[in-house]
Design a protein around this ligand. Structure first.
Ligand code: SME
Length: 161
């Protein structure tokens, strides 16, 4: 099966799994597990945007950070500031970031030295980024526009409201 066929088969399975469950963290756990086991990625998981210093007058984005959520793979860093690393960059830009060689990405946060390429897909709710899906591969250049297309579709179908 090629990548497109795998994603096509996976999408309805993911939709079915999240359909009957209202808890987002439980759903993130299963989406991460299914993506990870289907494709054999090195690390697959979510970081959630969490307010760390709530203040009525402050800009929400500068007072929030990405906090590790459900994932599959080796131990990872727990907190990533806005605009930092690939994850914080995808959050800041509000768009998917594909990194064919993480060693060439300025500011890349290396949770594992075995990771060589990465894709980070923002999860939107009401126009705001509320989480990111982060996937790491041990191979270079694993992710392309096809992954972007399908992973964006998956997070939209599973998590957007
Ligand atoms: N490499 C990411 C950090 C998270 S780990 O890959 C799980 C980044 O640069 O944001």
């Amino acid at each position: 099966m090629n990548k497109e066929e795998q994603y096509k088969e996976l999408l309805p399975q993911l939709e079915a799994i999240v359909a009957d469950e209202g808890d987002e963290i439980a759903n993130m756990a299963n989406v991460a597990a299914m993506l990870h086991t289907t494709f054999g990625f090195w690390w697959t998981g979510f970081y959630r945007v969490v307010n760390c210093q709530p203040s009525a007058s402050s800009n929400q984005k500068t007072n929030a950070e990405l906090v590790l959520g459900p994932f599959q793979g080796p131990v990872a860093c727990t907190r990533i500031p806005y605009s930092k690393g690939v994850c914080g960059t995808a959050w800041e830009r509000g768009e998917t970031v594909i990194v064919p060689d993480v060693h060439k990405f300025k500011g890349h946060i290396a949770c594992s030295s075995a990771s060589n390429s990465e894709i980070v897909v923002p999860v939107f709710k009401g126009g705001e980024v509320t989480a990111v899906l982060d996937i790491d591969s041990k191979d270079f250049g694993t992710f392309d526009e096809e992954d972007k297309y399908w992973l964006e579709k998956i997070v939209k179908q599973c998590f957007a409201q």
